[in-house]
Structure formats: structure tokens, C-alpha cells
Design a protein around this ligand. Structure first.
Ligand code: G3P
Ligand code: CA
Length: 268
């Protein structure tokens, strides 16, 4: 097992479109993953949370306020937390107008809708379990949905990575489905790496904290699938930073502007 997002040895990191191609279309919507596909990118990243009535949806913030018109539709419901709204209520919201009038009417996708579009677009997914402390059991529920959609089948596993800022959540995913490629978001110490290498395949730190020495340190560890731990850096949106990350030897670059990173790095 193992995802195919490993280009480190050949020098060109994999480019991952962060929340879709989110510099060019509203983040975490079907439009943003269509845009990534249109630009010729196969890997997209998203954020998964849960509604009041238990539906998995794709949204970054724990509140609907920034990226939808929830304040207009439900004015009395501040602070508009995802977990306080039903899936039917969220389905009424406009998740595109805040970005541009050209995207008016774009919806917050359910994870099921999102997975079907990823499949239709022949894309690959870096799925982030966001705020898992707010959603007990979200790891199991996410894996169940992925399984129902065929994403845990042998032929699909190379197209999927599950990540979280919560080490507990990453470990839970690994324990529930050991064949799934996992990533921990952050920059663990060497002592932590000794533990985390038991359940995570990748370490994904912010580029702001990255050094060449740290990338080499991570690569020296073997992960749960008998491959060296990988490193994806986020969120890199300019050519200079992309080239620096590549020179450090990262395996992937997570970016809102995949075209800018590709132009800087060459390769695909
Ligand atoms: O994939 C890395 C990145 O998404 C982590 O930060 O806040 O954008 O989810 P955030
Ligand atoms: Ca994310």
C-alpha cells in the first residue's frame, strides 16, 4: 500500500491543489476541484467536518460565516458553527458569492457529493479531518463513507491520503484501516517522530517552519508501510518558496496556486 504522491527521489515534488485550486475558484467546492482538473492537476486537498444531523460536509472553518451567506439566511444563529446546522440548512447556503458573483449559487458539498466529483474528474484526494475533537467518531464515519464509495478498494488506495492536525485522529485512521496512507499536519520533534512513525506515512509542516535538516531527519524514519516518511509543505503560493521547498527535498507542495508552483518547479 501507499499513495503515489512520492516524487521526492526524482526531484520534482507532487503539487497538491489546496482546498481545490482555491486561488481561482471558491475553496472546498466542486467548482474548485473542477478548476484544479481544468488546470491539469490530479491531487486536491479538502477539509471534512460534520453537521448537526450527522452528515459529513466539506468546509474549512468551524463556522459557516466566512465562506457562505449564512448571516443573511440565518441572521439569528451566530456564531454559525457547522455543527449547529443541519445538512438541509447548509444545502440552502451560497458558498460562491463571497468569492465572486460569477460563482453565485455554488453549494457547500457533502463529502459524498465531493467524492463523486473527485472520481468523475479522475482526481486524487488529500482529505483532512478538520477539528476532530468537535466530532467524536468522525474518523470511523469518514472511512465508512470512503469505503461505500469504493475508495478503500485496492485499486483506489494510491489515490487517497488522510491527514489531520490531531495525532490521535491520524492514529485512529491508521488503526481502523492500516492500508490507508496517512499524514500528520505539523512539525513533530524527533522524540515524537519515533512514536508517530508507527501510524503516519507523511509529516506535513507549514513551510514557514521548514528547514533542509528537518526534511532529512523525517526522511530517515521508516513509516508504517516500510517506506521512508514523506514530507509535504503547505501553503506555498510563490515561485521562490516553491523552489526552496523543492531544494529541501520535500515530496509534495500544497498550494492555492498550483499553476504558479508547477511553472516554478517544472515537471507535472
Ligand atoms: O493541507 C495543509 C493545510 O490545509 C493545513 O492548514 O488551515 O489550510 O487546513 P489549513
Ligand atoms: Ca486543510
Amino acid at each position: 500500500p501507499g499513495s503515489d504522491a512520492r516524487a521526492g527521489e526524482h526531484g520534482v515534488p507532487t503539487v497538491i491543489a489546496h482546498r481545490g485550486a482555491s486561488a481561482y475558484a471558491p475553496e472546498n467546492t466542486l467548482a474548485s476541484i473542477d478548476k484544479a482538473a481544468e488546470l491539469g492537476f490530479s491531487w486536491v486537498e479538502n477539509d471534512v467536518q460534520r453537521t448537526k444531523d450527522g452528515e459529513l460536509v466539506v468546509l474549512h472553518d468551524d463556522s459557516l460565516q466566512r465562506t457562505t451567506n449564512v448571516e443573511d439566511v440565518f441572521p439569528g444563529r451566530a456564531p454559525w458553527k457547522v455543527r449547529d446546522f443541519t445538512a438541509a440548512e447548509i444545502a440552502r447556503l451560497d458558498a460562491g458569492s463571497w468569492y465572486s458573483p460569477a460563482y453565485a449559487g455554488t453549494r457547500v458539498p457533502t463529502l459524498e457529493q465531493y467524492m463523486r466529483r473527485v472520481e468523475r474528474n479522475h482526481e486524487k484526494l488529500l482529505l483532512e479531518i478538520k477539528n476532530p475533537e468537535l466530532y467524536p467518531g468522525i474518523e470511523q464515519q469518514t472511512l465508512k463513507l470512503l469505503g461505500n464509495e469504493g475508495w478503500l478498494d485496492r485499486g483506489h488506495l494510491h489515490r487517497l491520503i488522510v491527514q489531520s492536525f490531531s495525532a490521535d485522529s491520524v492514529r485512529t485512521v491508521h488503526e481502523l484501516k492500516p492500508a490507508v496512507t496517512t499524514a500528520y499536519l505539523g512539525k513533530p520533534s524527533v522524540a515524537q517522530l519515533h512514536r508517530f512513525a508507527g501510524f503516519t506515512d507523511l509529516i506535513n509542516p507549514s513551510y514557514t517552519s521548514l528547514t533542509q535538516g528537518y526534511v532529512s531527519t523525517v526522511h530517515a524514519f521508516g513509516g508504517p508501510h516500510d517506506r521512508p516518511l514523506g514530507v509535504f509543505a503547505w501553503t506555498v503560493d510563490d515561485a521562490v518558496t516553491a523552489r526552496r521547498a523543492a531544494a529541501y527535498g520535500v515530496d509534495g507542495v500544497i498550494t492555492n496556486k498550483p499553476d504558479v508552483v508547477r511553472a516554478a518547479l517544472g515537471g507535472d
